[in-house]
Write a protein that binds this ligand. Structure first.
Ligand SMILES: [Zn+2]
Length: 256
């Protein structure tokens, strides 16, 4: 079976990260929105189960899935939603069927490109507002303050696709193109009309990226309300500066 219930494999750090991102005051998710995952070895991730809330996360609310069959599914043009659902079903607990999140393929796609430890997907109201606007694709195209540039790097924009097979495919395609262009994964992926994906080697990094994305959205909304946005210019060379590069690596949890 591709998906199984293995609460013993769910790390405390992942559960804590999930709960922190689910805190109502942060407004990143409500109800059963959002999901997190951790890569636990070369072949598997644990990912939040469908229908569970992030704020009340428990080890029992995660499902362990094998990456290889899901990467294969993602790359199979004939794969359909029914096959995905079957692959994500992990059995029953307390008389209810437990299934990995419908958005599991987003988490799988990241690991199809590189073995990153943490992925956190949320729907922050402030960010979704910009990503649902007519200028969604351009909303984060240019940095507007230095800390944002440091924490978020160059965000990747992915246009809206229906969660499940469609989103998984579009997401993987854009992620691979980004990796090809920049030689690394983005820290932040913006999903049009949907939400964000934070990618980091550490739980603290995934949390920082998520929170900075919200701040960045608020700064943009404020600037637009106050006459328009004045982005930073000439920032490309920042990425070549050793101090900037090492701080970026630290935030991503990659060390020097
Ligand atoms: Zn989502």
């Amino acid at each position: 079976m591709t998906a199984v219930l293995r609460p013993g494999l769910v790390g405390e750090e992942l559960v804590d990260l999930t709960r922190r991102l689910g805190e109502p005051a942060r407004d990143l998710v409500i109800l059963a929105e959002g999901n997190t995952s951790e890569m636990i070895d070369d072949d598997r991730i644990v990912v939040k189960a469908s229908g569970s809330s992030m704020r009340d996360a428990q080890p029992e609310a995660f499902v362990c899935v094998d990456l290889a069959p899901l990467v294969e599914l993602l790359r199979d043009p004939d794969a359909d939603q029914a096959r995905l659902t079957a692959e994500l079903t992990a059995g029953e607990a307390d008389g209810r069927e437990v299934r990995a999140s419908i958005e599991t393929l987003v988490h799988v796609a990241v690991r199809a490109v590189a073995p990153v430890r943490y992925v956190a997907h949320t729907h922050p109201t402030d960010v979704v507002a910009l990503l649902s606007s007519t200028n969604a694709e351009q909303a984060f195209a240019e940095p507007v303050y230095t800390d944002e540039l440091m924490t978020l790097g160059r965000p990747l924009y992915v246009p809206y696709a229906v969660p499940g097979m469609n989103l998984g495919r579009v997401f993987l395609e854009r992620l691979e193109a980004y990796q090809h262009a920049h030689g690394e994964l983005p820290s932040l992926v913006l999903l049009g009309n949907h939400g964000i994906v934070a990618i980091s080697e550490t739980a603290a990094g995934a949390e920082s990226i998520s929170l900075m994305a919200v701040k960045s959205a608020r700064v943009r909304s404020g600037a637009h309300a106050f006459g328009g946005l004045a982005p930073l210019t000439g920032t490309e060379h920042y990425f070549d500066r050793p101090d900037f590069a090492s701080r970026r690596a630290e935030l991503a949890g990659k060390g020097e």
